[in-house]
Design a protein around this ligand. Sequence first.
Ligand code: THU
Length: 135
Amino acid sequence: MDDAMFNLAQQAMAKAYAPYSKFRVGAVVRGESGALYAGCNVENAAFPEGCCAEAAAISQLVMAGEEKLIEAAVIGTGDALVTPCGGCRQRLREFADAATPIHVCGPEGLRRSFTLGELLPFSFGPEHVRPGRDE
Ligand code: THU
């Protein structure tokens, strides 16, 4: 994870809309092109309708016309590692593979890097549903 990725994740976290949990999260994904796409969590008064930071970042990647992510970073506060939630592990899986690095950060910087395979072992992915297809 380079400085640009970390700095963008920090900026995304600062923009989070989290009036209910007060837990701000930023996420950045890097497309195959090398470009970075950021997102923040956006909560809702109807709680289940809130959106995670990773989902927002992935939406930006797709909007830019990219189909793969080669690296992701997530940042949050507190002492615990802010690893992607279960749903976001699966969302990342759609555009990444088991070897893709997922960097977990705190305000001070990188805390720990995982592979997606470590976070979501024996995962189900697009190739299960559409083997051999590339559309
Ligand atoms: N959150 C994320 O944005 N990403 C995660 O992977 C974990 C949780 C958000 C959702 C909610 O707005 C807040 O963090 C507290 O759960």
